[in-house]
Design a binder for this molecule. Structure first.
Ligand code: SF4
Length: 182
C-alpha cells in the first residue's frame, strides 16, 4: 500500500518537473537558497570563477566514468544506475551540504520510480572520502520533494529574484560575486 502511494507521489512529482523543466541540480540549489535557485534557473552562472567549484567539478570528472546506460534517459543525468537493484548513484567531490546533495539524488530516484513503476533507492558516492552515503527516499522524502517541486515551479514564474538573508553558506556560494545580498 505504501509503495503504491509512493509511486503516485513520484508520478505527481515527475509531472511537475516535466512541465516546468525542473532538473536535479535545481533541487540542490533550492535547499541551500531560493535566490541561488533563481539565478541558476535564469542561467546566471559564475561557477567557473570559483576555485572550490572548479576543484569539485575536476574531481567529479576524474571519478569513474558516467555509466553509458544513463545516456539519453528521460533527460536525466545521474552518474550511474544499477538497473537490477533499482539504485541510482550520484558522485560528489566532497560530502557537501547533506540535505542539498540528497535532494538532487532523490530527484533521480523519484523520476526513475515514476518512469518504471517501481520504487528506486538513491546513493551518493563521496569521492574524496571514498565512501557511499544512502539517501533515504521514503514517502516523507517523496512528499517533501513534491512540495519543493511546487515551490520551484512558482519560482520559475517569478520575474524578480527573491530576497534572502545572508547565511553561513554565502561565503562558499559561487553566486556571491553577483548576489547583492551579502
Ligand atoms: S550568496 Fe548567499 S544569499 Fe546569495 S545566492 Fe548565494 S547563498 Fe544565496
Amino acid at each position: 500500500m505504501e509503495e503504491k502511494a509512493f509511486i503516485q507521489i513520484a508520478r505527481d512529482f515527475a509531472d511537475i518537473c516535466e512541465r516546468s523543466g525542473l532538473h536535479g541540480l535545481l533541487f540542490q540549489h533550492y535547499v541551500l537558497c531560493r535566490r541561488r535557485a533563481w539565478f541558476h534557473m535564469n542561467r546566471v552562472d559564475y561557477a567557473h570563477l570559483d576555485q572550490r567549484m572548479q576543484r569539485g567539478l575536476a574531481l567529479h570528472d576524474k571519478s569513474k566514468p558516467r555509466d553509458r546506460s544513463v545516456e539519453g534517459l528521460l533527460g536525466l543525468a545521474p552518474d550511474r544506475i544499477d538497473w537490477k537493484n533499482s539504485i541510482v548513484i550520484e558522485a560528489k567531490g566532497g560530502g557537501g551540504a547533506v540535505s542539498a546533495v540528497s535532494a538532487q539524488t532523490a530527484f533521480y530516484a523519484l523520476m526513475l520510480t515514476s518512469a518504471t513503476g517501481r520504487q528506486w533507492r538513491a546513493i551518493n558516492e563521496i569521492i574524496e572520502a571514498k565512501r557511499r552515503r544512502e539517501v533515504v527516499v521514503d514517502i516523507e522524502m517523496a512528499q517533501l520533494m513534491l512540495d519543493t517541486a511546487k515551490k520551484l515551479e512558482d519560482l520559475a514564474n517569478a520575474i524578480e529574484v527573491p530576497h534572502e538573508h545572508s547565511k553561513p553558506i554565502c561565503s562558499l556560494c559561487s553566486y556571491r560575486y553577483i548576489c547583492g545580498e551579502v
